[in-house]
Design a protein around this ligand. Structure first.
Ligand SMILES: Nc1ncnc2c1ncn2[C@@H]1O[C@H](COP(=O)(O)OP(=O)(O)OP(=O)(O)O)[C@@H](O)[C@H]1O
Ligand SMILES: [Mg+2]
Length: 394
């Protein structure tokens, strides 16, 4: 690695054992190095180590050697050896060692039938850089166009090449090497379509047709993207439990740059429509990171009003209980330099409806000034991010 300053991450190291998952290149290994320096560490990218422990998981104990109770052990790329988890479980119980288990996804671990340590370890996830982590180095236009993966941020001039390589080697070859996809060409066609629908409602039928793959395969592919944390399904919010059929979820990539690379749009200038979805992708990313680091884990969804108008994000700020009204924060995101008050209408309509308590209405846009229009708070992106991490949104 080049000699470059390490940007501190918001994620805090827990006191007990944990899994750390996240897409490739989000900075998991770098973070582990920071929060657990000088810790005994095994990396299963090392082929000989991988082979040795796949054959004989019991050798893990001998490799670790004698260590006091409470000692930390870092196992990186643990998804490569799912069989090891039973051994980790045993050693945790026997010696009270603490494990930091890092990997690109839980999918293979779960698939391998391995127990995810039956609740003995927390599960954390790492994402691209947050605007809050970058502070003054955060550049909104660049983030909308190229995303916030650490190596893209570190080498902005090479963003297009880095993202192209990311999709080629990681999305195609590596998901294949991990045994997650068997047949590459249909998956590649699917990726292009999934990239293009970033931020939109998933219509599996249409996607199957456009990518020329079976409908059931589309479902499997989406499950791979969400299990590997490359993408997230944003559910449609249901105000009441009795409401008629809910709308379909939307699909967002974890990072707008990766979405653009998957869509094959790296060499075309990003148009306004694309940028609108890209900005939503960024805001959703910040909401997830905040949800994770604050450990609030609130339900995030979007809302389609009965009139067919959408609100970008609805966050439930209290657990639903029978007999009590749902409490939510509503957020509307606009890729525009000027705030148009007409954009507040869907949120106002929601706030006026009975049986729902809207705690906050927030507009996020790309201008430079903050406004307070009655109950609606309008923030430029950077100010919204600041308020979010200060706990002023939810
Ligand atoms: N906190 C940081 N500050 C600056 N650069 C970083 C930071 N974290 C990661 N990077 C850069 O991003 C690159 C990828 O980071 P890292 O290898 O830690 O990611 P990873 O999530 O472990 O990826 P993989 O899944 O491929 O193992 C690093 O080589 C480094 O250049
Ligand atoms: Mg790593």
């Amino acid at each position: 690695m080049k000699d470059r300053a390490i940007i501190p991450r918001l994620l805090q190291r827990p006191e007990r054992s944990f899994f750390l998952f996240g897409p490739r290149g989000t900075g998991k290994s770098t973070w582990l190095q920071q929060v657990l320096p000088d810790t005994f560490r095994l990396d299963f990218l090392d082929a000989s180590l991988f082979l040795e422990l796949s054959r004989d998981p019991h050798r893990l104990e001998a490799l670790i050697g004698r260590r006091p109770a409470g000692a930390w052990i870092v196992l990186d790329e643990v998804q490569k050896v799912p069989a090891l988890l039973d051994e980790v479980h045993r050693l945790m119980e026997l010696y009270r060692w603490r494990f930091a288990l890092c990997g690109s996804s839980a999918r293979k671990l779960r698939r391998g039938g391995a127990n995810l340590l039956a609740g003995r370890a927390l599960t954390l996830s790492m994402e691209s850089f947050s605007a809050a982590e970058l502070g003054a180095a955060f550049d909104l236009d660049r983030a909308v166009d190229w995303g916030l993966l650490p190596f893209v941020h570190n080498e902005p001039d090479a963003a297009a090449d880095i993202l192209a390589a990311y999709v080629n080697t990681y999305l195609k070859e590596e998901l294949q090497a991990e045994g997650l996809i068997r047949n590459v060409p249909p998956f590649v066609r699917f990726l292009a379509v999934a990239g293009q629908i970033n931020g939109q409602i998933v219509n599996a039928q249409n996607i199957a047709r456009e990518a020329a793959v079976a409908r059931s395969t589309v479902d499997t592919y989406f499950a791979i993207l969400t299990d590997t944390l490359l993408g997230h399904r944003l559910p449609a919010w249901r105000p009441g439990l009795k409401v008629r059929e809910a709308a379909q979820p939307k699909f967002y990539w974890f990072d707008p740059g990766v979405a653009r690379a998957a869509a094959g749009l790296l060499r075309d200038p990003a148009d306004r429509l694309w940028q609108g979805y890209a900005l939503e992708t960024l805001i959703y990313h910040e909401l997830r990171v905040y949800n994770e680091v604050s450990r609030k884990h609130r339900l995030i969804s979007y809302y389609r009003t009965p009139a067919g108008v959408e609100i970008d994000f609805i966050i439930e700020t209290a657990k639903r209980r029978p007999g009590s009204d749902p409490r939510v924060v509503a957020i509307e995101v606009k890729r525009a330099e000027r705030w148009d008050r007409a954009w507040e209408k869907p949120m106002q309509a929601l706030a006026a409806s009975t049986g729902i308590k809207v705690d906050r209405m927030i507009g996020v846009y790309c201008g430079s000034r903050a406004y307070r229009f009655g109950e609606v708070q309008v923030w430029p992106v950077a100010e919204f991010v600041k308020a979010l991490y200060a706990g002023e949104v939810f």
